[in-house]
Write a protein that binds this ligand. Structure first.
Ligand code: ADP
Ligand code: MG
Length: 233
């Protein structure tokens, strides 16, 4: 029997109201990400990539259509249950790291675990520092975001997304604001974590040299998601 996909969406539509006008951003998206898969979405600015990632991560709701995370339909859940499902199975890396400035790297990474209210504080610290170690920041545990470089902050954000051992990480242009060298370092890290931990990744990226290393590529175009794996991206 095949495994449940980590994410599956069906006939997904999203329309925004702009004054009297309705703007159709997503126009019937069907997509499925299997466990352990690494996929990327490319597409012009404004084509709806962030909107799609937010719907797949349960941060926003579709106008119609369904999203399933590990087989569970987001629409069938209330806000609290959706939050729990997200915390249990998904990690999110934003374009701008979204770390909390008053907390250290260790505390920022520990927060998703604390939210589960299942572990003792010593265990939270242990897992958060192990994850920071894994992204090469074992020597920066007590630094606050302002005391870290752009690449280090993004690595903390990745550690925060991974600390709960999610089935899938959704990342929205995670290297878009980094210099080429740092971006490549973060990209290699994500590919390695995919191989070592089996975590699925769905990444929005503009970086075509990175996309070349990714087995499944989709292009967002006119509200649709086209499989571009076989085409030149
Ligand atoms: N909350 C919103 N209200 C109205 N329009 C929105 C909202 N969010 C996004 N949009 C519009 O949806 C389109 C797609 O945006 P977005 O998903 O951010 O694109 P991308 O990430 O591909 O650059 C844009 O035209 C944007 O203006
Ligand atoms: Mg975007």
């Amino acid at each position: 029997m095949s495994k449940t996909p980590v994410i599956a969406c069906n006939a997904l539509h999203k329309t925004f109201s702009e004054g009297p006008n309705q703007v159709v951003v997503l126009n019937g998206i069907n997509f499925c990400l299997e466990q352990g898969e690494f996929a990327a979405i490319v597409g012009n600015s404004g084509s709806g990539k962030t909107t799609l990632l937010h719907l797949l991560g349960g941060l926003d709701l579709a106008s119609s259509g369904s999203v399933r995370i590990m087989g569970q339909d987001f629409l069938a859940l209330n806000d609290r249950e959706r939050g729990e499902l997200r915390n249990r199975h998904l990690g999110f890396v934003y374009q701008f790291h979204h770390l909390l400035p008053e907390f250290t790297a260790l505390e920022n990474v520990g927060i998703p675990l604390l939210m589960r209210k299942e572990l003792k504080i010593a265990e939270v610290k242990k897992r958060a520092s192990a994850m920071l170690e894994a992204v090469g920041l074992g020597h920066r545990l007590d630094h606050k975001p302002a005391e870290l470089s752009g690449g280090e902050r993004q690595r903390v954000a990745i550690a925060r997304a991974l600390v709960t051992q999610p089935a899938c990480v959704l990342a929205d242009e995670p290297t878009g604001n980094l210099d080429v060298h740092t971006a490549q370092e973060i990209q290699r890290l994500m590919l390695r974590l995919n191989q070592d931990l089996g975590t699925s990744f769905l990444i929005v990226t503009h970086d075509l040299s990175f996309a070349q290393h990714i087995p499944r590529i989709f292009r967002m175009e006119e509200g649709r998601l086209l499989d571009a794996s076989a085409m030149a991206v």
